[in-house]
Design a protein around this ligand. Structure first.
Ligand SMILES: Cc1cc2nc3c(=O)[nH]c(=O)nc-3n(C[C@H](O)[C@H](O)[C@H](O)COP(=O)(O)O)c2cc1C
Length: 149
């Protein structure tokens, strides 16, 4: 069974915490995973399957800890050749058009890189949910077999 690389984009720790809870759940199932909070492109290339769990900052922006990573992927365009991926986006719908924009940027980029999307982007709205992990962990559980190649 393949390992899942979790790329966590977080400003205030929410998405980081969710990523760690997802890792705990995977570990309980005997599935190997690693959380990357300061990744570079080589981590992306080496990944067997990819889960991005990211919040949004500014006006639809990727959190600073993934900014360079995102722009390197954009610039260098490492094709994924069908590598499976999924994105969970933490946001706040009061931001209107930029709702979950950070997650959306990753989702769209990985489609362009010819990754295989195993699920629609999963959105968690801070207005409706206080503990994002209660939504994201079961969602990952429901798609984990698709993520594993
Ligand atoms: C300064 C600031 C800007 C934000 N901008 C957006 C935004 O443009 N779109 C959105 O959906 N959420 C936005 N959010 C909401 C966060 O993405 C949301 O609260 C998220 O749960 C924070 O997770 P984190 O602690 O991992 O950063 C913003 C929050 C702050 C404080």
């Amino acid at each position: 069974m393949s390992s899942i690389s979790i790329f966590a984009g977080s400003v205030y720790g929410n998405a980081q915490h969710v990523s760690e809870e997802v890792q705990n759940m995977l570990s309980d199932k005997g599935i190997q995973s690693e959380v990357f909070s300061d990744p570079d492109e080589s981590d992306f290339i080496a990944a067997e399957s990819i889960l991005v769990i990211t919040s949004t900052t500014g006006q639809g922006d990727v959190p600073p800890n993934l900014e360079l990573f995102y722009s390197d992927l954009r610039d260098n365009f490492p094709l994924m050749n069908g590598k499976p991926f999924a994105v969970a986006a933490l946001g706040d719908s009061s931001y209107g058009d930029s709702y979950c924009g950070g997650g959306r940027q990753f989702y769209d980029l990985m489609l362009e890189l010819q990754g295989k999307s195993v699920a629609d982007m999963f959105e968690v709205d801070a207005i409706e949910t206080l503990s994002a992990e209660d939504e994201v962990v079961p969602w990952v559980e429901s798609i984990v077999s698709e993520l594993q190649v």
